[in-house]
Design a binder for this molecule. Structure first.
Ligand code: ADP
Ligand code: MG
Length: 401
């Protein structure tokens, strides 16, 4: 991290001249969801952790109303005017920052011009939420530099608004919450209906969180995602009519009710019955996972993760051959106690719990087995649960800024 901070400081100095005004450096992490997939838009539960990959951002206020932002990964420096913030269709990466600025303005905050340079080591577009990290890093930067007091929850909600309204992605609250509120050695149990959350101890010296990036993304993902949302809504209507009128989401249906009416719903629509079964059982698995973490029973957590994958693959039908292959390879290694796809599906990453003594073996076998069948090596990342967004100065990681 220190090297990246030094490098970013140099980049900042190359790209911008010193305005003599207040300057700072901030970081916000990516995340991986341990369990609770396709539950968020069904008013259900999720259990993500922040990871050891992040966006770091250096900034300094300006005396005028200009916003200048430089992205190291895209190697582009763009200029905007605070009095005229609108979507940038050409350089879409800037919208994550502009959207955040716009949200502060909507809340009546008078902002000053600012120079920003940033860099990230979260793989972009793989499902580890580089987008939320970018928004949260921008929001923490803007708030701190302007002395705006805002709770982390409000900051995350502001970022979600920016992604929904400005960037135009209908995401839930999970990504921004965990990037802002993540804690070292804790997972965040989030209720996506009430937006309430609880940090659950995730303490183990034995097991590591391992992410495998398939490096594939099916074009289908958006249309399939919308289709799943539609099917879940259909299931709710069915239960409302056939069980109780006070059912408003799949979270309101218990397992017994689902099982009792399964054949009836299956006859009406097989996919709808299967989608509902996934969401209803997945919510139960998330709650059981929280129990497992409280009992420090990682083997139990791993089993629940395995069940989650089967349910996503067979009932929700959002896996693909590359995800299934990595999961199968991972499970073949003795030290793996849980393996499943995570994120929307049809590509992206898997999340695994692996005994630390087996990490090298895991990497070797998964890389070789995957390359043999798919023709490219997966990217593998290892992390513990990490802290959420922070000022780097506060953490003594950069005293000069
Ligand atoms: P994910 O959040 O899963 O990584 P998204 O498609 O939601 O994928 O967000 C990726 C987008 O976020 C990128 O296309 C880019 O616009 C922006 N982004 C993420 N990281 C960076 C970065 N380091 N530099 C510039 N833009 C970034
Ligand atoms: Mg994203």
């Amino acid at each position: 991290m220190l090297n990246r901070i030094k490098k970013l400081k140099n980049i900042f100095e190359q790209k911008f001249s010193d305005t003599g005004l207040i300057a700072g450096m901030f970081a916000a992490p990516g995340r991986v969801n341990i369990i609770g997939e396709h539950t968020d838009y069904n008013d259900g539960f999720v259990l993500p952790v922040a990871i050891n990959r992040n966006i770091i951002m250096a900034a300094q206020l300006r005396t005028d109303k200009k916003i200048k932002i430089y992205s190291e990964e895209f190697d582009q420096k763009l200029e905007f005017d605070l009095n005229n913030i609108s979507r940038n269709e050409k350089n879409s990466w800037s919208n994550y920052i502009l959207g955040v600025i716009k949200e502060f303005q909507k809340r009546g905050k008078k902002l000053q011009g600012i120079n920003i340079a940033f860099t990230g080591d979260i793989p972009i577009g793989s499902g580890l939420s580089s987008s939320a990290a970018l928004e949260v890093a921008a929001a923490v930067t803007i708030a701190n530099m302007h002395n705006i007091n805002i709770t982390k929850v409000k900051l995350a909600l502001l970022c979600k608004r920016a992604e929904n309204d400005f960037v135009g992605v209908a995401s839930g609250i999970m990504d921004q919450y965990i990037s802002a509120l993540g804690q070292k050695n804790r997972a965040l149990f989030i209720d996506c209906k009430s937006n309430q959350f609880e940090a659950i101890p995730f303490v183990t010296d034995t097991y590591k969180i391992v992410m495998c990036d398939t490096r594939v993304k099916r074009k289908l993902v958006d249309s399939e995602y919308n289709q799943r949302r539609k099917e879940c809504k259909e299931a709710v209507l069915f239960y409302k009519e056939n069980l109780r009128s006070n059912i408003n989401s799949l979270r309101d249906v218990n397992k017994e009710e689902m099982e009792k009416t399964y054949d009836q719903l299956f006859n009406y629509s097989a996919p709808v019955a299967k989608r509902a079964r996934h969401v209803i059982t997945e919510n139960i698995r998330v709650k059981k996972s929280v129990e497992a973490l409280r009992e420090k029973d990682f083997v139990k957590l791993g089993k629940l993760m395995n069940q989650s994958h089967s349910s996503l693959s067979n009932d929700f039908e959002v896996s693909c051959k590359e995800l299934d292959l990595i999961v199968e390879l991972a499970r073949g290694i003795k030290g793996t106690i849980g393996a499943r796809m995570t994120g929307a599906g049809f590509g992206g990453v898997t999340v695994n719990l692996v005994h630390r003594d087996y990490l090298e073996k895991f990497k070797k076998i998964v890389r070789a087995g995957y390359e043999k069948k798919v023709g490219k090596k997966p990217y593998i990342y290892i992390s513990d649960p990490e802290n959420g967004a922070k000022s780097l100065k506060e953490f003594g990681e950069n005293d000069e800024y």
